[in-house]
Design a protein around this ligand. Structure first.
Ligand SMILES: [Zn+2]
Length: 264
């Protein structure tokens, strides 16, 4: 399926990321940032959908990813996002590019186990036990936030976001990985996928470090990003070690919304 009816995530030209506006411009409208224009909400999403409190086996909107598309069994995606991924996978394969999903939907509990393992030092970060090397909670949270989301704030909760092939940027710099990344940057938008964590800099000053492996199905994830901003507050992020730092860090503004303009 080729997605063409949604604006954004479309690298056809310098202005193609701007929403189509058929109304004559009004002075006050031009002052509004682009992302305040709400996407069309195509279905009902609950707070639990936004924060990953979902049972993947029971929720009919999620579908199991087939073995040939994934590095391991038992992963799930939203059906529509997976459908489009399969079209992208087939097109890539015809051009000699092999896409492999290495991580897909991760509910709250899964993200909590990743976060707390890094928080309490049972999983090393840059070879270090952060519970020993960083005592200040905010500083420790920010270190983990370079690449991992706080539970309740991850795009991996949504069923729209996937990690492809390899979790190191270096892999995508040369050889097979460079071929995969070049194909994705050229073609993923045709299937509705964008790279939320583009290089940090002027265009994307806040949020996670660049992730060349993380791709998002925008026809749904743009809706969820918008709803997240509308319905969730930093103060409601809770239920894991270090959650009290969310407000001080401004996790919603800096991390959930700190994404590439292609995905907004
Ligand atoms: Zn990811």
């Amino acid at each position: 399926m080729v997605v063409s009816s949604f604006w954004g995530c479309d690298n056809q030209g310098p202005d193609s990321d701007k929403p189509v506006n058929n109304n004559p411009p009004k002075v006050e409208e031009t002052k509004l940032p682009q992302k305040t224009i709400p996407p069309k909400i195509t279905q009902e999403f609950t707070l639990d959908d936004l924060t990953g409190k979902v049972s993947l086996k029971e929720n009919k909107q999620f579908i199991k990813i087939a073995g040939k598309h994934a590095s391991k069994n038992g992963m799930y995606m939203r059906a529509e996002a997976y459908d489009s991924f399969v079209s992208m996978f087939d097109a890539a394969q015809k051009e000699g590019v092999n896409l492999k999903i290495v991580s897909a939907t991760r509910p709250f509990g899964h993200q909590k186990s990743i976060w707390e393992a890094k928080w309490n030092g049972s999983r090393k970060v840059d070879g270090k036990d952060l519970s020993k090397t960083i005592k200040d909670p905010k500083t420790r949270a920010l270190k983990i936030l370079e690449y991992s989301s706080m539970p309740g704030t991850s795009r991996h909760h949504w069923g729209t976001d996937i990690d492809l092939n390899n979790l190191n940027n270096d892999y995508f710099e040369k050889g097979e990985g460079a071929k995969v990344y070049a194909w994705l940057t050229k073609n993923a938008a045709k299937y509705g996928f964008c790279q939320p964590y583009s290089p940090k800099g002027k265009e994307r000053p806040h949020g996670y470090e660049e992730e060349k492996w993380h791709w998002s199905y925008t026809p749904i994830s743009k809706q969820l990003t918008y709803l997240y901003k509308e319905k969730i507050k930093d103060g409601s992020i809770a239920g894991f070690k270090g959650a009290e730092t969310a407000m001080e860090i401004g996790v919603l503004e800096k991390f959930v919304l700190g994404i590439s303009k292609d995905c907004n």
